[in-house]
Structures are given as structure tokens and as C-alpha cells.
Design a binder for this molecule. Sequence first.
Ligand SMILES: NC(=O)c1ccc[n+]([C@@H]2O[C@H](COP(=O)([O-])OP(=O)(O)OC[C@H]3O[C@@H](n4cnc5c(N)ncnc54)[C@H](O)[C@@H]3O)[C@@H](O)[C@H]2O)c1
Length: 286
Amino acid sequence: MPLAHFDGALAVVTGAGSGLGRATALALAERGAEVIAADIDGDTARRTIVLAKAIGARGSAHQVDVSDRAAMEEFAARVRADHRVPDIVVNNAGIAVAGPFLDTGVDDWERILGVNLWGVIHGSRLFGRQMVDRVHALPNKPEPPNFGGHIVNIASAAGYTPSRALPAYCTTKAAVVMLSECLRAEFASSRIGVTAVCPGFSGTSIVRNATLVGLTEAAERRLRERGDRALRLRHYPPERVAERIVHAIIKNRPLVPVNTESHLLHALSRVSPASLRLLAKVPLPR
Ligand SMILES: NC(=O)c1ccc[n+]([C@@H]2O[C@H](COP(=O)([O-])OP(=O)(O)OC[C@H]3O[C@@H](n4cnc5c(N)ncnc54)[C@H](O)[C@@H]3O)[C@@H](O)[C@H]2O)c1
């Protein structure tokens, strides 16, 4: 399968109804992949497929909650039965919870761990198993090293940047970075590539959809508006992140910080963790 061109590749993208997921699905479609767009919001996933078909690609939409084990098992089995083993899986679906640790309730933790971590675990386990079995059924295993498929897990710069404003989000994203590194080591012998992508700020709906804890209603509204505006003013559209994701698959990269702030934070996490500890003390603005 010529991963460098994606011609004829089958790609599964979760959270494909919006933001980075939709842009990634379309970037892969543009390069010849057939795209399976999965989202908890079936209407937005279907819209992504309408856009993919408008550029001549093939694809289908699925409504699925990535945090739901049974739903993900059924989804993976349907992909296998109705199509085949996917060549590319982008575990992208994610949500944000912002606010102090002591104001973050158990329900908030369960929800964010469910989507941001369990969603990635389910996607990697179920499709990873299919990819490994497919490779081991082949008589010989040609190059390139990710011939057997590629799994992209969308983490975040938050995965290496502690923050008292985002304890739950940072925790899930650090776990996704580590899970991806472990998977990469395990799957290398099956010629399956694994990448953790760590974007900085990009203009999507993530802040609009975020749960903000420990704030009055007025402060929450103010912060949501401010955060949303800041993301838009950053002028880093999801399409640019999607290009980096495509490049990461072609080059089989392990860890990909995306945009200036993410590169800078990644460098600081290695050369000066103390500076990040200082930065971590900045609270949510009110
Ligand atoms: N936008 C950024 O600045 C930024 C930065 C770093 C990382 N990320 C990560 O990028 C990923 C995509 O986020 P985005 O910015 O495009 O946000 P978004 O809110 O625009 O899109 C998220 C998509 O995921 C879907 N989704 C949410 N819960 C789901 C579930 N349980 N099952 C299936 N689908 C679900 C939503 O319906 C939505 O379509 C997330 O993992 C996020 O943490 C975003």
C-alpha cells in the first residue's frame, strides 16, 4: 500500500465532524484515501463525507461515541466487514475541561478520560489488532516501515505542558503521548507506525464545547468568549494541522509538535522543565 500517496488507502478518522478531524479527513481524501468519518454527532460526520465526495473521494460516515467500549467494538467490526482493515487510523476525537483540580468533579474526570484517553485506547486496540493480524497473514513484509498501517493519536502541547488551569486535559494528553510511544515500540515489528501529534492553538470549536469548572456563570461566559477569540486570532487553521498530520504519516514520525508555541513548549520541557513549572502556576483568567 503506497502510504506516501494514500491512493486506495482506507482511513478512519474519529471526531471527524469538526475542526482538526474534519480537516484531516479531507486532507487524506484529497490525496486519494477513502475516508470513514466517525463522530458522536452523526450529522456533522455526514457533512464531512459530503465535502469529501465533492472533491471526488469515496467515504462513509458513522455515528459513534469513542468512549463507549461496545459501540467502538461494533464500529471496528463494521469497518472490517463493510470495507476492510484500515491503513490509517486517526484517533482525534477529544474534549476539554478547564479549571482547578479541586473544582473538577469525578463526572468531569470520567467524561474527559472516557473521550480523550479511552477513545484512543479503544481505537488503537481494536484497529491495531486488525492491522497486526493482517500483516502477520502476509507471506513477506515489504518496505516502508509503516507498510502495515499507521495510527495517529492526537495529543496536544498540553501533553508536555503542566498547567493548574487544565489539570484534567493535560493529564489525558500526557497519557496519550506515553501510550503512543509504547505502542510505537510494540507495533514496529509489525511495520505499523504510530505518531503522537501535539498541536498548539488552532481555530476550532474546542473552547466553545469545553467544560469550564469553578467559575460563576458570568466568568464562564467571559472566559469562553475570550478563549474562542484567542484561538481565532492565533490564525492557525485546522487545515495546517492536517497537513502536518499527513506529513507525519508519510515520514513515520514518532512525536510531532505542531506550530511555534508547541515546538517552544516541547523544547522547554526538555531543556528547562523549571520554566514550565513557573508557567504552570498561571491560573485561568477570570
Ligand atoms: N484546537 C486546538 O487548539 C487543539 C490543540 C491541541 C489539541 N487539540 C486536540 O485536537 C482534537 C480535535 O479537537 P478540535 O480542536 O478539532 O475540537 P472540535 O470540538 O472542533 O472537534 C472535536 C470533535 O470530536 C467530536 N467528539 C467529541 N466527543 C466525542 C466522542 N465521545 N465520540 C466521538 N466524537 C466525539 C465532536 O463532536 C467534534 O466533532 C482533540 O483531541 C483536541 O484535544 C486541539
